[in-house]
Design a protein around this ligand. Structure first.
Ligand SMILES: Nc1ncnc2c1ncn2[C@@H]1O[C@H](COP(=O)(O)OP(=O)(O)OP(=O)(O)O)[C@@H](O)[C@H]1O
Ligand SMILES: [Mg+2]
Length: 269
C-alpha cells in the first residue's frame, strides 16, 4: 500500500464569476519514504494540491488517502513549508520554531530543550545568528529558511514543501538541498516527501519520481521516475547522457503546456 494515494481529485474554487476547476482528475501515489517532486507552470494547481495533502481543505471530488485512511484535516504526521513562509510576525525566529514544537505536543520537554532544538535547526539552515530576530528583521530568503528549519525540526514522517527554496540564492540553495536529503535519509526510515518546485535540476537531484502537471485545470501530465542511484553527486550526474535526456524530456513537456496556453502548436516529443 502506498503512503499517500491521490485518487481522481477534483477541486474547484469560487472565482467570483462562478466556480472554476483548479484540479481535475489528479491521481498519483507516493510510496513510504519516497521523495516525489511536483512541477508544472504557474497556476497549474501545485499549491492547491499541497493544501489538500496538508488537509487544509477537502477536495470537491475524489479522495486523498494516507496509509489507507481518507485525509479529513491537518495532522501531526505532516509538516508543511508553505510558499509564503507563514511565520508569526510577533515571534522571533526561535519563537516560531519553539511554538511549532509545542503545538506538535512537545510541551513535556523542558523549555531549554525546545530552545536548543530550535537553535540547532536554525544553525543547520545557516541562521545561527538570527534566533532572536523577528521576521520583519529578516530578508525573504532568511524567512524562508526559518520556515524550512521549523518544518525540519518537527521531524514528521511526511514533509510537504511548496517551493521551499524559491527565494534562496543558488549557493545556499545547493546547501539546503543537501541538508534536506541528509535529514530525509536519517533516523529509522526515510521520510515521505512531496516537494513542489519550478526548478527541473532541483527536481532531478532530489527526487525518486517527478510528477509533471499541466494547467487549465491542473492535471497530471506524466510521472517520470528518476533513475540515478543515491547518494547522488551533483557534478557526476549532470554530465551523463541520461541526465540530458531526462532534463530535455521535462523541458519539452513544459513547452508543450506553454504552447497550448498561448494557442500555438503542440510540440511533438
Ligand atoms: N483561494 C483561491 N480562490 C480562488 N481561486 C484560487 C484560490 N487559490 C488558487 N486559486 C486558483 O487556482 C489555480 C491554481 O492555483 P495554485 O496556487 O494552486 O497554483 P500553483 O501551481 O501553485 O501556481 P504557482 O506556481 O504560481 O505558485 C489558479 O488559477 C489560481 O488562480
Ligand atoms: Mg504555488
Amino acid at each position: 500500500m502506498a503512503k499517500i494515494d491521490i485518487n481522481d481529485v477534483y477541486l474547484e474554487y469560487d472565482s467570483g464569476s462562478g466556480r472554476q476547476a483548479a484540479l481535475d482528475g489528479v491521481s498519483f501515489s507516493v510510496g513510504e519514504g519516497e521523495f516525489v517532486s511536483v512541477i508544472g507552470s504557474s497556476g497549474c494547481g501545485k499549491s492547491t494540491l499541497l493544501g489538500l495533502l496538508a488537509g487544509l481543505m477537502p477536495p470537491s471530488g475524489g479522495e486523498i488517502l494516507i496509509d489507507g485512511d481518507r485525509v479529513t484535516g491537518t495532522g501531526k504526521d505532516r509538516s508543511v513549508v508553505f510558499q509564503h513562509y507563514s511565520l508569526f510576525p510577533w515571534m522571533s525566529a526561535r519563537g516560531n520554531i519553539v511554538f511549532a514544537l509545542k503545538q506538535q505536543g512537545r510541551n513535556g520537554c523542558k523549555p531549554s530543550a525546545l530552545r536548543e532544538k530550535a537553535d540547532r535547526y536554525l544553525g543547520l539552515v545557516g541562521l545561527a545568528d538570527a534566533a532572536r530576530k523577528f521576521p520583519r528583521e529578516l530578508s525573504g530568503g532568511m524567512q524562508q529558511r526559518v520556515a524550512i528549519a521549523r518544518a525540519l525540526a518537527l521531524d514528521s514522517p511526511m514533509l510537504l514543501m511548496d517551493e521551499p527554496f524559491g527565494a534562496i540564492d543558488a549557493k545556499n540553495r545547493a546547501g539546503l538541498q543537501e541538508l534536506l536529503l541528509d535529514l530525509w535519509d536519517c533516523g529509522d526510515g526515510r521520510k515521505t516527501v512531496v516537494f513542489v518546485t519550478h526548478d527541473i535540476d532541483e527536481a532531478i537531484f532530489l527526487s525518486d519520481k517527478i510528477v509533471v502537471m499541466s494547467s487549465g485545470p491542473g492535471r497530471v501530465k506524466e510521472e517520470i521516475p528518476v533513475p540515478f542511484p543515491r547518494p547522488r553527486e551533483r557534478e557526476g550526474i549532470v554530465r551523463t547522457a541520461a541526465y540530458a535526456a531526462l532534463r530535455n524530456r521535462i523541458v519539452l513537456l513544459f513547452y508543450d503546456d506553454l504552447a497550448k496556453a498561448i494557442g500555438g502548436e503542440e510540440v511533438v516529443i
